[in-house]
Design a protein around this ligand. Structure first.
Ligand SMILES: *Cc1c(COP(=O)(O)O)cnc(C)c1O
Length: 393
């Protein structure tokens, strides 16, 4: 078994070899610029991009014309929120989002606040779900957008997206969702779910890094966005710049594979995740963070009480690649703001681990992880005065 075992698939996934294979010709013989209209090199590249656009659209039940390719989900999140804020300035300036959103959404909302926008940061319930009546009562006459993610990157908690979109519709407010962690993992359908705008990225679904998409609804209602990158008018004027053809081809292939393999993969990963979780909980004084019914099949986030969190992560990092919190915040050594929003103390947030399994996770790797983490928790507790106190209490 190759070490460390990779259980950090919510941070990024390896490219599926079938994706790499599909991409390769577009670096060399089919290197054309998809915007070159006057020769076969351009036509070939353009055909490949349009095919990928169909594949991505099909994964989420959209029309290919509703897919705008971007450099990833951070850009897509920015385009969605800033694009609506500028385009609908005549209608209002209020955006509603939630405390547990990804930084790409939170920091973008902070940016529009600086531009004179008004933002409501909804709290979440202890299980990570937003409270629907609280959401509805936050809507005001100047509200233009609700920005709430489909599934959380740290806990895997899946929000009641259909109920959220029903509320948005009822009040004539647009609904944007960051669908990064849900896409390719659970069935998404922009029409069934009532989504107006959605951000996606390839590298969380076994595609390459540096390519993503924004779904922008064209009918009922027709959503318009102000471009954030100008020049040339690519992507229906919403995102200029020469298209990253090989990566877009890879994204399309990744979407097509996810579409056909999602169901069986979900069943397999649920089994592995549940085994991992049940075994780890046997150490006692360990708790799952987030709602366990409404969540992604491949994720679990567990707090181990009476252990020093940094020690825990350090103790296992040679053998298992996991994180406490998201990749973007783990650099800062701050306790996870997502877990704190669920009501955990700094201490509890520090001693939490996120395990995110993936397509290439094996049952052997899960067994090894169970053994290593249990061992590490036991060792740390032997050293911990807190554990002594707990046992004698
Ligand atoms: C990873 C992630 C992003 C950022 O996507 P990039 O393509 O890496 O910019 C945005 N939102 C969520 C929920 C994510 O997990």
């Amino acid at each position: 078994m190759k070490l460390p075992v990779y259980l950090d698939n919510n941070a990024t996934t390896p490219c599926d070899p079938r994706v790499v294979e599909a991409m390769l010709p577009y670096f060399t013989e089919n290197f054309g610029n998809a915007a070159s209209r006057s020769h076969a090199y351009g036509w070939t590249a353009d055909e490949a991009v349009e095919y990928a656009r169909e594949q991505v659209a099909e994964l989420i039940g959209a029309d290919p014309k509703e897919i705008i390719f971007t450099s990833g989900a951070t850009e897509a999140d920015n385009l969605a929120i800033k694009g609506v804020f500028e385009m609908y300035a005549g209608k209002g300036n209020h955006v509603i989002t939630a405390a547990t959103e990804h930084k790409a959404v939170l920091d973008t909302c902070r940016h529009i606040e600086k531009l004179g926008g008004e933002v409501t940061w909804l709290p979440v319930q202890p299980d990570g779900l937003i409270d629907l009546p609280t959401l509805e009562s936050a809507i005001k006459p100047n509200t233009i957008l609700i920005a709430i993610m489909y599934a959380n990157n740290e806990t895997g908690v899946v929000q009641p997206v259909k109920a959220i979109s029903d509320i948005a519709r009822k009040h004539g407010v647009l609904f944007f969702t960051d669908g990064v962690q849900a896409a390719g993992k659970i069935p998404l359908d922009v029409n069934r779910d009532g989504i107006d705008i959605m951000a996606l990225t390839a590298h969380k679904m076994y595609g390459p890094k540096g390519v993503g998409a924004l779904y922008v609804r064209r009918r009922n209602p027709r959503v318009k966005l102000t471009a954030q990158i100008d020049g040339g008018g690519h992507e229906r004027g919403m995102r200029s710049g020469t298209l990253n053809v090989p990566s877009i081809v890879g994204f399309g292939k990744a979407a097509a594979l996810a579409k056909t393999e999602m169901h069986d993969e979900g069943v397999r990963l649920t089994g592995l995740r549940n085994k991992l979780e049940q075994e780890l909980l046997t150490v006692g004084e360990a708790y799952i963070n987030g709602n366990i019914r409404h969540r992604l099949p491949h994720v679990t986030n567990i707090s181990f009480k009476h252990v020093e969190g940094e020690g825990l992560l350090m103790g296992i990092s040679k053998s298992i690649a996991i994180s406490s919190g998201s990749a973007c915040t783990s650099a800062s050594l701050e306790p996870s703001y997502v877990l704190k929003a669920l009501g955990l103390s700094d201490q509890e947030a520090y001693s939490s681990l996120r395990f995110s399994l993936g397509r290439f996770t094996t049952s052997e790797q899960v067994d090894f992880t169970i053994e290593q983490v249990k061992k590490s928790v036991h060792e740390l507790r032997q050293l911990s005065p807190l554990w002594e106190l707990h046992k004698s209490a």
